[in-house]
Ligand binder design. Structure first.
Ligand code: PHE
Length: 442
């Protein structure tokens, strides 16, 4: 995620920022509407307004809140992993530059503030560039273990891996700097360490603290190192969960920790995961600057925080080749995903597939998935491109099991109409019912 996560600190951006600002001035002659409408409200514009209507349209799409969207699925998996954390996902993207930058210690001349890099509604309001913009308010609200997911906005080129809107998840955990807090830290560290010890994971670590990645002057070096260690274990464990469970591979999950710099954490790190032959940067993190906790009225405590890119993770885990696909409203994209499941994205063929789900209660004698598939093949032949078990559960009282299969109908030589797919699907349903005596649920 060098381009995404490090952008706020990359010096190379300064040069680009200047170019973009002067270009903007050239085009500033065009009359500017006096207000812009965002999420149903009007906001006054001024000389820095640079939000465009195509960006304005993205507000409120909330892809991360759709349970069957890859971004919503990844969010759900991470939230399920961090038990006991408060999950927040409905915070407005409109923030003050103070929240986005000043509160977090960004210097006045930081390139991330440039008009070329960020979207401003006016001098007092912008689109958040990262979820860290909500650290202070979330800490201040008393949250001590939290995950906050949101759309974030950065001006950028549009290509397969860059898009001016993407999604991040911020996570943080606060420990009281007293005996109870330190005991909690020690216990949880022991739990995570023993889980990871048994796991198929290979970790390239770096020292928690070093002269180039220093402890904050306010912190006791030993406590800071313990918090950093807990942060590393927490994220290694998350990565193992996300990257370890897929395919029959016995290859270990490989993770590497890299020293980083963020204005609002110290020590700071970036994490890379080796996936399909490449090192992939997925997140930034560190020990939260004490000034942030002070500003949030959280006394006598110490915290870690991380920020990860949801598209980045989803592109790799679902094999989604282009970041623009996340915004697709095409059923051929949307219908491929179901809540809680990481599946491999299949590129659209020339002739669109038409998928239908079939759920039924199994007969008392059970039914093998292959038997089901054979009936499908017998009934519709090669028009069934794939059959996938997408859900199954056993009723706790009756002990009856229900399965749901998704059948992709696709002809090699023409587009199947909805009516044709419906007719095929009805034939399948009645044959399955006839042959196995199952009770169809949909
Ligand atoms: N907000 C940082 C970014 O987007 C990531 C981050 C979050 C780093 C929390 C440290 C702690 O680049």
């Amino acid at each position: 995620m060098t381009a995404l996560l490090c952008r706020l600190v990359a010096p190379a951006r300064v040069a680009r920022a200047n170019i973009s600002i002067s270009r903007r001035l050239l085009s500033a002659q065009a009359p500017r509407p006096s207000t812009v409408s965002l999420l149903g409200k009007e906001y006054a514009t001024d000389d820095v307004t640079n939000i465009t209507s195509s960006i304005a349209e993205k507000l409120g799409r909330d892809l991360h809140r759709k349970p069957a969207h890859p971004l919503g699925i990844i969010r759900g998996l991470i939230e399920a992993h961090f038990t006991g954390f408060t999950a927040i996902s409905d915070v407005s993207p409109l923030v003050t530059p103070a929240r986005n930058f000043d509160d977090l210690g960004f210097p006045e001349d930081h390139p991330g503030r440039a008009l070329s890099d960020s979207y401003y509604i006016n001098r007092g309001l912008m689109l958040r560039t990262h979820t860290s913009a909500h650290e202070v308010e979330t800490f201040r609200a008393g949250e001590r273990k939290w995950l906050l997911s949101a759309d974030v906005y950065r001006r950028d080129e549009i290509d397969a891996s860059h898009y001016p809107v993407f999604h991040q998840m911020e996570g943080a955990r606060v420990f009281s700097n007293d005996k109870t807090g330190m005991q909690e830290l020690a216990n949880d560290t022991a739990r995570l360490a023993s889980e990871l010890e048994r796991a198929n994971i290979e970790i390239e670590d770096i020292p928690h603290i070093s002269s180039t990645n220093p402890v904050q002057p306010e912190h006791d070096p030993e406590t800071s190192a313990l918090v950093a260690h807990h942060l590393k274990l927490s994220l290694n464990s998350l990565i193992l969960k996300l990257f370890g469970g897929h395919g029959a591979s016995t290859e270990p999950v490989r993770v590497r920790w890299i020293e980083a710099y963020f204005p609002f954490t110290s020590p700071s790190y970036e994490v890379e995961v080796f996936y399909r032959g490449k090192w992939l940067e997925i997140l930034g993190c560190g020990v939260v600057k004490q000034s942030t906790l002070d500003r949030s009225n959280v006394p006598d405590s110490i915290s870690w925080a991380f920020g990860l890119g949801l598209e980045r993770l989803a592109m790799f885990l679902f094999s989604i080749p282009d970041i623009r696909l996340f915004w697709s409203q095409d059923e051929r994209f949307l219908s491929q995903f179901s809540p809680g499941k990481v599946t491999t994205f299949k590129a659209y063929s020339k002739y669109p597939p038409n998928s239908r789900d079939l759920s039924f209660w199994l007969p008392g004698t059970g039914l093998h998935d292959n038997d089901f598939c054979d009936v499908v093949r017998d009934t519709v032949g090669d028009l069934a491109e794939t059959v996938e078990l997408i859900d199954q559960f056993t009723h706790p009282k009756t002990k009856r099991t229900s399965k749901c299969f998704r059948i992709n109908y696709r002809s090699m030589d023409k587009s199947l109409t909805d009516e044709e797919a419906n007719a095929l699907h009805e034939q399948v349903a009645s044959r399955v019912q006839e042959k196995f005596g199952v009770e169809i649920r949909n």
